[in-house]
Design a binder for this molecule. Structure first.
Ligand SMILES: [Zn+2]
Length: 468
């Protein structure tokens, strides 16, 4: 089987007050060209000044991913012409990025980060429909970005999507970026090649400007199949840069790749190299909140299975809720089960966020406890969940409606005998070896007790009554 080798290049917009090299405000959605100045317009004689907040946010991300931070870092000019790039070069970083050699964990698996560097964004070209001209909006020109490049350690389209989801959670936890693909604040380029049978990498193909996690997954799925077919025919995969058409779900050729030398990188003469001191780094480390990977370990230490701990730790809405529920002392794994299965199911089905519901950590903990103590059956708990999600106190619901589990064995036995007597055909089937038919009888007893009879007990009494 051929394994794909996938690498990602992710651009994240840094969440700063001003642009990367000037004091223009970072505002999106305002009238075109209202946040511009001589620096970001690239006017002659203007000089850039690096934004300390942007550098710090970039460093925080590099630290969070365990990158090595160099003592000295520097900006370079990357030269190319583009209508929305007024200077005809982009200030970026080349051989002295702010971070190298980090790691992002996908559970047990580690995806290596090759580098993280700072750079500025370009403006935006607009092409009015039916018009014979294009327009340029430079509000985004000079916006601060971090670019993160991974090693080709990702082995499937699903893993690529999961990587992005986790990177988004980390960036948001740190507060360094909104990391919202829908607002263009997180963009990914992917490169993919198929490993040859001897383990070496095949020709690498790049797919540019994917603006949702789903597009990344779809583009990769398509591209892997395309390359497989070429190789199976005995053909050769050409090195190229591709685009992805959302409508057809296919990749298309944009250009054959330019090489690094085409960019004529050279040190930015208007910005001197600068030192990243140990003291500065320790200050930043002190600001660092608990990261999702650490949170996952904490959950696992509390007794949550790795699978559930990972899901909760990277879900920035569920994690604080789970933390609050843990404080009640309810069983951590049981709480995790409810959140990851039933609560999430409720949210997905109704397309709402947890904050839009009335569920409180205390009420979820009460529900877990009621089941744990045998006060109510799991079935009753699931039935009242929608009301608990709307803010109802489960203890009160149970009390008011008499939903406590029936513990009187004699009463259940009488009910069981009645159901058995009323269903001779089903009983015959069970006796003839169709063991599963017992579920029909079980369902009837449960229905008659409104789910308050413990199913295990009902099953045992049914088996006794049928004489098996
Ligand atoms: Zn400016």
């Amino acid at each position: 089987m051929v394994r794909p080798a996938i690498g990602l290049e992710v651009h994240l917009h840094l969440k700063t007050k001003t642009k990367m090299f000037c004091s223009c405000a970072l505002h999106y959605g305002d009238a075109p060209n209202t946040h511009v100045c001589p620096v970001c317009l690239g006017l002659p004689g203007s000089l850039p000044v690096a934004n300390r907040e942007a550098v710090e946010k970039g460093l925080l991300l590099a630290l969070a991913l365990g990158c090595e931070i160099p003592e000295r870092t520097q900006f370079h000019r990357k030269n190319y012409f583009y209508p929305d790039l007024p200077k005809n070069y982009q200030i970026s970083q080349y051989d002295r990025p702010i971070g190298t050699g980090g790691v992002l964990e996908l559970g047990e698996k580690k995806i290596r980060i090759r580098r993280i560097h700072l750079e500025e964004d370009a403006g935006k070209s607009l092409h009015p429909e039916g018009g014979e001209h294009s327009l340029v909006d430079l509000n985004r020109a000079g916006a601060p970005l971090v670019e993160l490049v991974t090693e080709p350690d990702i082995e499937s389209p699903e893993e690529a999507r999961e990587f992005l989801r986790r990177l988004q959670a980390i960036a948001r936890t740190l507060g360094v970026s909104d990391a919202s693909p829908e607002e263009g604040k997180m963009r990914a380029d992917v490169n993919v090649s198929l490993r040859r049978p001897d383990g070496t990498l095949g020709t690498k193909v790049e797919i540019k400007n994917l603006n949702s996690f789903k597009s990344v997954q779809r583009a990769l799925e398509y591209e892997i199949q395309r390359q497989k077919k070429i190789l199976e025919r005995g053909g050769v995969v050409e090195q190229a840069t591709l685009g992805f058409d959302e409508k057809s779900g296919k990749t298309y050729l944009m250009r054959t790749k330019e090489t690094e030398s085409d960019y004529r990188y050279f040190p930015e003469p208007d910005l001197v190299p600068f030192t990243i001191s140990e003291a500065w780094l320790s200050e930043l480390k002190e600001e660092m909140p608990e990261l999702p990977a650490e949170r996952s370990r904490r959950y696992q230490e509390a007794g949550v299975r790795p699978y559930d701990a990972e899901i909760l730790a990277y879900d920035l809405e569920l994690a604080p809720f789970f933390d609050a529920a843990l404080k009640t002392g309810a069983d951590p794994q049981k709480l995790a089960n409810w959140l990851n299965a039933d609560v999430k199911g409720y949210l997905t089905q109704r397309e709402v966020t947890l904050a839009e519901t009335g569920l409180t950590p205390e009420n979820l903990a009460k529900l877990v406890r009621l089941v744990e103590a045998g006060t109510i059956t799991g079935r009753v708990a699931k039935e009242i969940l929608p009301e608990v999600m709307q803010g109802a106190d489960p203890e009160r619901l149970v009390e008011e409606r008499g939903l406590k589990a029936v513990t009187d064995e004699g009463a259940i036995r009488a009910l069981v005998e009645k159901v058995v007597a009323e269903n001779p055909q089903v009983v015959e089937q069970i006796k003839a070896g169709k063991a599963k038919a017992i579920n029909a009888l079980l369902g009837q007893v449960m229905k008659a007790t409104r789910g308050t009879a413990p199913p295990d007990l009902v099953r045992r009494l049914l088996e006794e009554a049928i004489g098996r």
